[in-house]
Design a protein around this ligand. Sequence first.
Ligand SMILES: [Zn+2]
Length: 293
Amino acid sequence: MSLQINDRMLFPQGRRKAFTLSYDDGITQDRRLIAMLDKYGVKATFNLNPGLFGQHGTVAAGKKEVPHIKVTAEEAAQLYAGHEVAAHGQYHSCMVGMDSVRCVEEILESRKGLEKLLGRPVTGFAYAFGAYDQTTLAAMAACGISYGRTITSTHKFEIPGNFLTWDPTCHHNDETIFDLAEEFLSDGFYFSLLSPAKLFYIWGHSYEFDQCDNWDHMEKLVKMVAGRDDVWYATNGEIQAYTEAYRRLIYSADSAVAYNPSAIPVYLGGTFTKEFIMVPPGGTARLVPPIDM
Ligand SMILES: [Zn+2]
């Protein structure tokens, strides 16, 4: 009896691993982080508050007090080229308990500010303080936001079912991070209902490396995960857009053929086979036949 239809999402070129980073607040410590990421060829998404560009301050949050200086609009346009810029609210406001109109204002103004700077649509978002409620989610959808990142660690490698509540794998200071990295890089059997492909998603603030004096910790992690043919190094937005293209595929009634109405090539395979196919943009492809189990 055939149990397995090989219609599960793989990453581009049939890869089964993707690595992404998400860093908040648009601060001057991002310069050092970006230099490190560029050295190793790793991609990240940076979440900015355009209403606070150039603001000077410090941050402690129970740890060592360090500078919290927001980059200027002029620097942001240059500094983050090569990575993704996403919104983090116009003024870094906590939207929990906020009414719809003010949520819309906070989201839409941050989109407009960043779009003016970059000249392209900005539909990614990271919730300030990781906080949201049902009103926030409705406002996010109404404002055309395609994903919203939380700060809830999953310690897993799942593709999110709902991108408006995208929980990361963990924070960069998570004590299990090197165990997770090893598990991510291993080619051992991995089962997930949504996809046999693994997504390792780290988030944080670059000022925390100054606070904890642990830039070497981050470099060790990035070096460990970087430079591998079997990992897709992508921004948050690239992963969301790719997954969206996968979810738009249309299948023949006998599940043998997939049609791809999007402009992105989509790769399909299964948990129990190493074979995969590519469904071309605007075209069809025949799925890897089911195996008898
Ligand atoms: Zn923040």
